[in-house]
Ligand binder design. Structure first.
Ligand SMILES: [Zn+2]
Length: 666
């Protein structure tokens, strides 16, 4: 039986200990003898949704009838906070009821450890049909969010190969598309209890609402995106009503984080832990609209959502939560909870740029942010967190520091699990506006975070880098370049700016300029294998073979598993007439990607350069068979035959290659 504590009067630190120590039995509020009910559960997460940009949260200038009506039918939590301003980390906290530092997914592509059960797993065990419908590739379970599909019968990942270059269906889906997919699945899986998670990504930047919202909100497109997502939410609720499911269902809507919108100089989200990005809307509509129209003013957390659902469904304990059921705020428990709960905030995003990670505590009207330059705000007199009252001797600072170190102690130390992100995945992340480098984003790489720069001193640079990425994605290369150059003026050794500018120069064929930027970036991070690889590319472009070889060898020393670097180094060796060394590199490339035909072809070329025509023929013949239309292969095979003195076959292959080339002439 869960141990209920009336939290009024219990001070913050104690509350934390209680909430972390409690094991969710799910049996707090109601009698355990009652049979388990199995209402449908619908979770809608709306990305980048600031609570104070919603009509029912007090913004009279925006129309959000979908959220407003749900709030009328349900319970609206006026003060709900996410522990993370980053999409996948925040969603995992919602779906596990755990703080980021507990579940450990503090960066993209980091797999969720299997010991933490997900919402869908808990419900699937109870006979639920489970489906997830995502609006952004950031939540794709095959690359950015491995493990997030656990427990889902159907998880609507993005296509492995993007159908076209457009942003839509490659990186994002419009809310309408997401809702349509969810409704199609629901219609096909109508029987039995259902848990469906729907994710609308639209309010995430770039802000690009469809008509009529683009016109209605033309000077504030972020709000236009919110109004649009809200209209799709309303449509989804209408669908649930049409199906006759709405009344009996639990419907939960929550934001994953907010948006800076220039407050504290932060344009988007991720770098800071202010309320602009941590305060989110949370609406819970219960079965038969129980407690309709109720507003809970006490501070709660998005980690409390899953414990609430477990409590409502009376699911037996499966592990611990950092959050606690919210039912105690609704007067169904012996003691109604009224005091706010301690809300922690955590972001490691600054580490991607080599800046210090941040931690925060929001409790009893105060916010403390632990940073190289720490901050303390009195939220009652200063709700926008504008006046920093930090003083090291301040009693509340000491109390908050103790709470933070107490929560840190509870975290099991695990080996750093850097996500394995492919090159395409990195490009997609950048296209989405997430920057920096995962290999820099490990707290284990830095001796003492407080010695790192404070993100507050770097935010203008981050905004410029972000603008550059969005401009580049839109094809506005001049704007992108200008933003990067301004970022370099602010910080001449910004590795991200140097690398991004070098990318532009490489693409433009300006190899000397690219090499210059890359050398500067490498001077700061000599073990940065990606930058060293790009320097190798630039030097190849310049015709500096010895320099290129050195850069590529350096790159491979720090990361031997880079296929492209192996392939390029092999080609450099071949140009330097070092056939054996070239063969070694192509063979190594084939160990990484055994089926890669470019590597096979290059290996055959190297073998021929070393006069080993027998091996080259043995390699090329099956290749020519499997790709009979590839003139390059056939031509090379002709040369191999010629090398072996098999003149007839050489001639036949040559004329075949010629015919293929003629056929392909435009
Ligand atoms: Zn997000």
């Amino acid at each position: 039986m869960r141990h209920r504590v009336s939290l009024s009067g219990v001070q913050g630190a104690k509350k934390l200990i209680v909430s972390c120590a409690i094991w969710a039995t799910g049996l707090s509020a109601q009698s355990p003898q009652r049979p388990a009910s199995q209402p449908n559960v619908f979770l809608v997460t709306i990305d980048t949704l600031r609570a104070d940009h919603i009509h029912c949260y007090g913004d009279a200038s925006i129309q959000t009838p979908g959220l407003d009506n749900l709030a009328k039918d349900g319970v609206r939590f006026a003060q709900a906070f996410t522990p993370s301003p980053i999409t996948n980390t925040s969603h995992i906290s919602i779906l596990t009821g755990l703080l980021p530092s507990t579940h450990g997914v503090m960066d993209f592509a980091v797999p969720l450890p299997s010991e933490y059960p997900l919402w869908a797993e808990l419900l699937k065990k109870r006979g639920y049909h489970t489906g997830a419908f995502i609006g952004s590739i950031v939540l794709d379970s095959r690359n950015f969010a491995p493990g997030l599909n656990r427990g889902f019968d159907f998880y609507d990942d993005f296509p492995a190969v993007a159908p076209n270059k457009s942003r839509w269906e490659r990186l994002e889906r419009r809310a309408e598309d997401v809702a349509r997919r969810a409704e199609t699945w629901l219609t096909a899986n109508s029987g039995g209890p259902k848990f469906v998670w729907v994710h609308f990504y639209d309010p995430h930047d770039p802000y690009d609402p469809p008509p009529p919202f683009a016109q209605m909100y033309k000077n504030r497109l972020y709000d236009g995106e919110i109004a649009y997502a809200d209209s799709v939410l309303a449509g989804f609720v209408t669908y649930l009503k049409k199906k006759g499911w709405y009344d009996d269902s639990i419907v939960i809507v929550v934001g994953d984080h907010g948006e800076g919108l220039g407050e504290h100089h932060e344009e988007t989200h991720g770098a800071f832990l202010y309320d602009s990005t941590l305060h989110v809307p949370l609406i819970v509509k219960l079965q038969n609209q129980k407690h309709a129209g109720r507003v809970v003013e006490a501070q709660v957390r998005t980690t409390d959502i899953l414990p609430t659902v477990v409590d409502l469904l009376r699911i037996p304990p499966a592990g611990r939560f950092d959050g606690e059921s919210l039912l105690s705020f609704l007067g169904v428990a012996a003691a109604t909870e009224t005091a706010g709960r301690t809300a922690f905030g955590e972001t490691d995003y600054p580490l991607r740029f080599g800046w210090a990670p941040l931690r925060s505590v929001r409790d009893e009207g105060f916010k403390f942010i632990e940073a190289p330059k720490p901050e303390l705000y009195n939220l009652r007199s200063d709700p926008f967190e504008l006046t920093n009252n930090y003083a090291p001797w301040d009693a509340s600072v000491q109390k908050f520091r103790a709470m933070l170190s107490d929560s840190k102690r509870k975290i099991r130390v695990r080996a750093p699990s850097a996500g394995s992100v492919s090159k395409n995945t990195i490009a997609e992340l950048e296209a989405l506006g997430y920057l920096g480098r995962a290999d820099l984003a490990s707290s284990t790489n830095v001796p003492e975070p407080s010695l790192l720069p404070d993100a507050k001193d770097k935010i203008e640079q981050l905004n410029l880098l972000h603008q550059a990425m969005i401009a580049s994605e839109d094809g506005r290369d001049i704007d992108a370049r200008a933003a990067l150059e301004r970022a370099l003026e602010l910080d001449p050794i910004s590795p991200t700016a140097l690398r991004q500018l070098a990318d532009f120069e490489l693409e433009a064929g300006e190899f000397a300029k690219a090499a210059e930027h890359l050398k500067r970036a490498l001077a700061l991070h000599f073990d940065d294998s990606v930058t060293a690889f790009h320097l190798g590319q630039a030097l190849v472009g310049e015709g500096d073979l010895a320099g290129a070889r050195e850069a590529l060898e350096t790159s491979l020393k720090f990361n031997p598993m880079q296929f492209d670097a192996r392939l390029l180094l092999g080609q450099v060796c071949l140009d330097e007439k070092k056939a054996k060394a070239a063969e070694d590199q192509f063979e190594a490339a084939l160990l990484i990607e055994p089926q890669n035909s470019a590597a096979q072809l290059w290996l055959a070329k190297a073998q021929m350069a070393g006069k080993n025509f027998t091996e080259a023929t043995r390699r090329l013949e099956p290749l020519a068979k499997s790709q009979p239309q590839n003139a390059d292969i056939i031509e090379l095979l002709a040369q191999a035959y010629a090398g072996l003195g098999r003149e007839d076959e050489a001639e036949r292959a040559n004329s075949r290659a010629k015919a293929l080339r003629n056929n392909h002439k435009p």
